[in-house]
Ligand binder design. Structure first.
Ligand code: DLL
Length: 438
C-alpha cells in the first residue's frame, strides 16, 4: 500500500511526482523482471516467447517490448481456469472473472500484494478525482466476480473513506441510502448513475439537492456530453476511471478533477502501447489512435504481457501528473464497432450527437436489421419529458441529419415514449443486432 495515501491526503504518491526519466527507469527495471518472471513461471509465455524467437534477455530498452508476442483473451480462455497463474494456488488470495459475451469466462487471480497494489491504485484514482479520506463513498458497482464492486471497495478503504457497499441494482434502495447516509461520492457506471438520477426525479427528489459531490464512473464508454448531463443533473464533479480485469480491474488509469481531460495511466505499474488497429502489429507513436495494449509491471499472480484490450484510444502527454501519459477517452471497443454499409461507427458517437439536441435524452438503443442484402440501423431514442410532438419530430430530423453529416451513415430514428427503454443496471447494452447470423 502506498504510504502517502493514508498519511497525508494532500500529498501524492512518490511515483506521481517522478520525472519522466525516473519513471521510465523504474518501468524498464520492472519490465525486465516481469518478462523474465512470466517466462519462467507461466508455460504459455515460455511457449509463445520461444515460438516468436525472443528471450527475456532481449529486453534491454523499453522499446524492445515490441518484439514480444501479444496476449489475448483467447489465451486466457485456452488456459481456463488457472493456467495463466504464476504462483501456487495457496498464494492466490482472490479470484475474479469476466464473462464476456461468448465462450468461457476469463479468470484472473491476485496475491495479497496484488490486492494491496490494486487498492492503492484505486485510492490514487479516487484521490485524483476529488475524493478525500473521511468522506463517505457509496459503491454501486456490482460486487462479485466483476472487479468493479470489490475493486472500488478496497480502494475506498485504502484511501481512508467510509465505504457503503451497496452493489448494483435495487435502484429504490440506492436512492434511500443516498438520502439517509448522505455519501459525498458515488462510484458506478455512468449509465447506472443516469438511472439513479432519473429515478430520483420520478420520485420527486431533486438530484442536485443530495449530499453527493463527486462521481467516479467507468467500466463502459461515455462521452463529454454524458459527463455534462451527469454533472449538471446531480451537481457533482464526475470523473472517469478505467481498467479491465485481465490487467487488474478498475484503477489502471484515473482522471484528475482539476483537469478533467482523460485518464492518467498509472505508468509505475503498467506500460501502455498503442498498436495499429488494422494490422495489429505496428506500434504507433503517441497521439495516434489505435488499440490499447498493456503490460503489467508488478503483478505476481497473473503477470500480463502485451495484453490486447480491443479498446480504441491514443496516448497523450500527462497534464495533472506530467510524467504519466493520459489515454484519450475510449471511443469504443473494436468488438462494438458497427459497420453499416461500409461506414464504421460506435454507440458513443450517437450519444455525443444525440445529447447535443436539447429535446433528446441519453436513453437510446441501436437496432441492426437486414432486408435482402442491405443492413439498416434504427435508433430507438427517448425524448426529454415535457417535449411536444413537434419538438420530437424536429429532434428526430436533426438527429438523422447530424448522423449523416458526422458519421456518414443513413439510419431510421424511432422516437419512443419517455421511460419505455430498458434502464442500465451496470454496463449498458446499447447494440441489438437482429441481423441473420451468417
Ligand atoms: O469494467 C473494470 C472497471 C470497473 C473499470 C469499474 C472501471 C470501473 P471488465 O469487466 O474486465 O473490467 O471490462 C473491461 O470495460 O476493456 C473497456 O472496454 C471497458 N471500460 C472500462 N473502463 C472504461 C472507461 C471493468 N472508463 C472493459 N471508459 C474495458 C470506457 C471502459 N470503457
Amino acid at each position: 500500500m502506498t504510504e502517502t495515501t493514508q498519511k497525508d491526503p494532500s500529498r501524492l504518491d512518490a511515483a506521481e511526482l517522478m520525472s519522466r526519466d525516473e519513471l521510465e527507469a523504474l518501468q524498464l527495471a520492472r519490465l525486465k523482471d516481469t518478462v523474465a518472471y512470466a517466462y519462467n513461471r507461466v508455460p504459455l509465455y515460455k511457449r509463445k516467447f520461444d515460438e516468436a524467437g525472443v528471450h527475456p534477455q532481449d529486453l534491454k530498452e523499453l522499446s524492445d517490448l515490441a518484439q514480444f508476442p501479444y496476449t489475448t483473451k483467447e489465451d486466457l480462455r485456452q488456459e481456463y481456469p488457472f493456467g495463466m497463474f504464476a504462483v501456487p494456488q495457496n498464494e492466490v488470495v482472490r479470484i475474479h472473472a469476466s464473462s464476456g459475451t461468448t465462450g468461457r469466462p476469463t479468470v484472473v487471480g491476485y496475491t495479497q500484494n496484488d490486492l494491496d497494489v490494486w487498492a492503492s491504485l484505486v485510492a490514487r484514482s479516487m484521490r485524483a478525482s476529488g475524493v478525500r479520506p473521511g468522506m463517505k463513498v457509496h459503491v454501486a458497482y456490482g460486487y462479485g466476480l466483476f472487479t468493479g464492486g470489490l475493486g472500488a471497495h478496497y480502494g475506498a478503504e485504502a484511501l481512508g473513506t467510509t465505504v457503503i457497499p451497496m452493489s448494483g441494482g435495487q435502484t429504490e434502495k440506492q436512492i434511500q441510502l443516498i438520502q439517509d447516509f448522505k455519501p459525498d461520492a458515488i462510484m458506478c457506471t455512468p449509465t447506472y448513475l443516469l438511472t439513479i438520477m432519473d429515478a430520483m426525479v420520478h420520485r420527486g427528489i431533486d438530484p442536485r439537492a443530495t449530499s453527493l459531490k463527486f462521481a467516479v464512473c467507468g467500466a463502459e464508454p461515455w462521452t463529454e456530453e454524458m459527463r455534462k448531463e451527469l454533472e449538471q443533473g446531480l451537481g457533482v464533479d464526475a470523473c472517469d476511471i478505467y481498467g479491465l480485469s485481465e490487467v487488474m480491474g478498475p484503477g489502471v488509469a484515473g482522471e484528475s478533477v482539476e483537469t478533467k481531460d482523460g485518464n492518467h495511466i498509472w505508468e509505475d505499474h503498467f506500460r501502455p502501447e498503442i498498436i495499429d488497429p488494422f494490422d495489429h502489429t505496428t506500434v504507433l507513436p503517441d497521439g495516434h489512435k489505435g488499440e490499447l495494449v498493456f503490460t503489467s509491471l508488478t503483478k505476481e499472480a497473473l503477470p500480463i504481457i502485451r495484453y490486447r484490450t480491443k479498446d480504441l484510444s491514443s496516448l497523450l502527454p500527462g497534464t495533472a501528473r506530467p510524467s504519466m501519459r493520459r489515454m484519450a477517452r475510449i471511443t469504443g471497443r473494436s468488438d462494438d464497432m458497427i459497420i453499416l454499409r461500409g461506414v464504421n461507427m460506435f454507440p458513443s458517437q450517437i450519444e455525443e450527437i444525440a445529447l447535443r439536441i436539447p429535446a433528446l435524452s441519453p436513453h437510446f438503443q441501436l437496432e441492426l436489421t437486414r432486408s435482402g442484402r442491405m443492413d439498416a440501423m434504427t435508433i430507438h431514442i427517448e425524448p426529454r419529458e415535457n417535449t411536444t410532438p413537434e419538438d420530437r419530430a424536429a429532434a428526430a430530423l436533426a438527429l438523422k441529419s447530424q448522423i449523416k453529416i458526422h458519421v456518414g451513415s443513413s439510419c431510421t430514428i424511432d422516437v419512443v415514449e419517455p421511460g419505455s427503454l430498458e434502464r442500465s443496471n451496470g454496463k449498458l447494452r446499447r447494440i441489438f443486432d437482429n441481423r441473420p447470423k451468417p
